[in-house]
Design a protein. Structure first.
Length: 304
């Protein structure tokens, strides 16, 4: 069963989540889902939303239906399906082999449409849910507080929210903009939106993932963006190409100094305050950071 602690640990294990359109061949979908094509992939999101045109939606749904029974339970990456809307979620939930999926991405979630998504699920369903914040409501603090209140109201819902994803491109599209590939998302006006979302959700126990970087020709900019993600407490990031995965996950490795300090802070006999590597370490205020560093270390290791 899901739970707050397990949610947090699983979010860290997402790594770079690669989006795969449902229109790809069944053979390719199965190969990726079983970890054969990309054995280094930690999580995959099969897409039935923006990566699929409305004309090809039924074919994509058919491909997913044929893929599900062929996925091997307990092997390969974490598997998610990004549904298009509540109706598609209901259709997918009734498919044979759906138990081979770990969860769902719920696009464009708002306080108003959340009940329609949740109406498709029952308390017997044990799937992770990753709502995406990518509508005008994400720009409105009152709407985000309203959504957060609804997510926290029901224990079953709260325990099954793995994390919230940030739809950077959709948020830019609302202002008729497209990101310059030489700029990180934080150098656009969406950067201020993300900073606010951090304060509205992370202190309440909801993790956030980083926005997609849509260029595979600017690895140095992607690296800068991942560093900023981490500085703001965002873990997990959408990848559009396998070449991005190594860049993202190498930066999830921890620095040796940070690891040593985290271990010292969490030591049973640690003093309340001490100095290490030239900076103050305080158990009461640095404990959460230290726990995150150890979790990243267990999953990704130490940077060279």
């Amino acid at each position: 069963m899901k739970g707050k602690t397990m949610n947090y640990q699983t979010q860290f294990r997402l790594g770079a989540s690669m989006y795969v359109p449902g229109t790809q061949s069944r053979r390719n979908l199965v190969s990726i889902g079983n970890g054969e094509k990309y054995p280094f992939l930690r999580s995959v999101i099969f897409c039935l939303e923006d990566a699929v045109s409305i004309e090809n939606l039924e074919q994509a749904i058919y491909n997913i239906r044929k893929m599900l029974p062929l996925l091997e339970k307990g092997s390969g990456p974490l598997r998610f399906i990004r549904v298009r809307n509540p109706e598609v979620l209901g259709r997918v939930l009734r498919m044979k082999g759906i138990e081979n999926i770990d969860g769902f991405v719920l696009p464009k979630l708002t306080a108003d449409n959340m009940p329609y998504y949740l109406a498709q699920l029952t308390e017997k369903d044990d799937f992770w849910l990753m709502p995406t914040l990518e509508t005008q409501e994400a720009r409105e603090p009152k709407e985000m507080v309203r959504l957060r209140t609804l997510l926290m109201k029901n224990d079953w819902i709260r325990s099954h929210i793995l994390c919230l994803r940030i739809g950077g491109n959709d948020l830019l599209n609302l202002t008729r903009l497209r990101r310059d590939p030489e700029c990180t998302i934080y150098e656009t006006e969406v950067g201020d939106v993300i900073k606010r979302l951090v304060g509205e959700f992370i202190p309440y126990g909801f993790g956030l993932t980083g926005a997609v970087f849509e260029s595979d020709r600017h690895p140095e900019v992607l690296a800068r963006e991942v560093v900023e993600d981490l500085r703001k407490g965002l873990y997990g990031k959408t990848a559009i190409h396998p070449s991005q995965i190594t860049i993202i996950e190498n930066l999830y490795r921890v620095r040796a100094n940070d690891l040593a300090e985290a271990q010292a802070i969490l030591a049973a006999n640690a003093p309340a305050v001490f100095k290490m590597n030239g900076r103050m370490c305080e158990v009461a205020t640095h404990k959460n950071w230290a726990e995150d560093i150890l979790l990243r270390y267990e999953i990704y290791g130490v940077r060279d």
